[in-house]
Design a protein around this ligand. Structure first.
Ligand code: NAD
Length: 309
């Protein structure tokens, strides 16, 4: 098959692009390299540096493509609170540009990588796709708005669409920004250096952590599954893990002698667990990698986490 992946040089995009290229598919990748890195991609991926808002580039790259995976986005929740306009421009505007270009060229299917963040705080856990989203950051709002644009432009343009609401993905190659880095790479980075692991709140807040290989599996299944047009589907591990228990696991794995520091002044935080029944039913998706295995693999495969001694 022929694929276009936007955001191909990023953490999830490159894992998907390299996997599909290795399977023998023709894979084009688009990325503006604002956070992604071209060296994440294998030589088999046909890479173009460009902006997802640039329709001229899109028209060109979309020729003869069977399925588009749309991952290009700005992804930092805290940054989105400071720069909501920018998040709207890239995450919503970029999605609209892509959908228009797909409609113009006549591409038949798009798999949009949305986020579990669209749900916001939810009383009922595990959260299923029927829950009413209460997004509580511009990032989450932008992903929800993008889902709606994907569906409506798809509806009027004869494009099959599906949105995968991915929960907290982790694995080798995830970026570690200087501030507000995602939890797992941040802890591993601190852990291997013997630094303290700082937990905001009392650590009882939970997340649904899903290993990158499982996310790639769900994405590949979504390219060909039938009966998923206009659906939103959760992609997570289906397991709930407290932040404090992640810190303890990382401390043990990295043999870090330093303390775990709790900053209990934060208000009580939310609990998150994905209900993945729909992904099992519609995509035949079963997550395979346990948290212990995933952390171990991340430590082993990511050169940034190799010890110098
Ligand atoms: P990432 O930052 O590594 O990947 C995003 C990529 O998009 C980067 O390579 C970046 O350079 C590119 N990009 C940004 N703006 C662009 C633009 N205007 N034009 C072209 N490319 C642009 O982050 P990631 O974690 O790999 O996330 C990929 C997608 O998955 C995002 O859409 C994100 O919302 C979604 N997602 C990720 C997670 C997660 O836990 N990692 C969870 C839920 C959803």
């Amino acid at each position: 098959m022929k694929f276009l992946i936007t955001g191909a040089a990023g953490f999830l995009g490159s894992a998907l692009a390299n996997h599909l290229a290795k399977e023998g598919h023709l894979v084009r990748g688009l990325d503006d390299l604002s956070t992604g890195k071209e060296e994440n991609l294998s030589d088999e991926v046909h890479f173009t540096r460009g902006d997802v808002n640039d329709k001229t580039v899109l028209w060109d790259l979309l020729q003869d493509v069977d399925v588009v995976y749309h991952l290009a986005a700005k992804v930092l929740v805290a940054e989105s609170i400071l720069y909501p306009r920018e998040y709207n421009h890239v995450n919503v505007g970029g999605t609209v540009s892509l959908m228009e270009a797909m409609r113009d060229v006549g591409v038949k299917r798009v798999v949009f990588i949305s986020s579990g963040a669209v749900y916001g705080p939810q009383e009922e856990q595990p959260v299923n796709e029927r829950a009413l989203p209460t997004p509580n950051s511009p990032y989450a709002v932008s992903k929800l708005a993008a889902e709606n644009y994907v569906n409506t432009i798809g509806l009027h343009g004869g494009i099959e669409t599906v949105s995968l609401r991915v929960f907290n993905a982790y694995g080798p190659g995830q970026s570690i920004p200087a501030s507000h880095a995602p939890l797992i790479p941040n802890f591993l980075w601190q852990g291997i250096r013997g630094g303290s692991l700082v937990v905001y709140g009392d650590g009882t807040q939970t997340r649904d952590f899903v290993y990158v290989d499982d996310v790639v599996k769900a994405m590949t299944l979504a390219a060909t599954a039938t009966g998923i047009d206009k659906e939103v589907i959760n992609v997570g591990s289906g397991k709930e893990t407290s932040v404090i228990s992640i810190a303890e696991k990382v401390k043990e794995l990295t043999q870090n002698p330093a303390d775990i520091i709790l900053t209990k002044n934060d208000p009580g935080e939310m609990r998150v667990r994905a209900n993945i029944y729909k992904a099992k039913k519609k995509l035949n998706f079963v997550p395979k990698v346990s948290l212990e295995e995933g952390l171990q693999k991340t430590l082993e495969k990511d050169p940034r986490f190799q010890r110098e001694d």
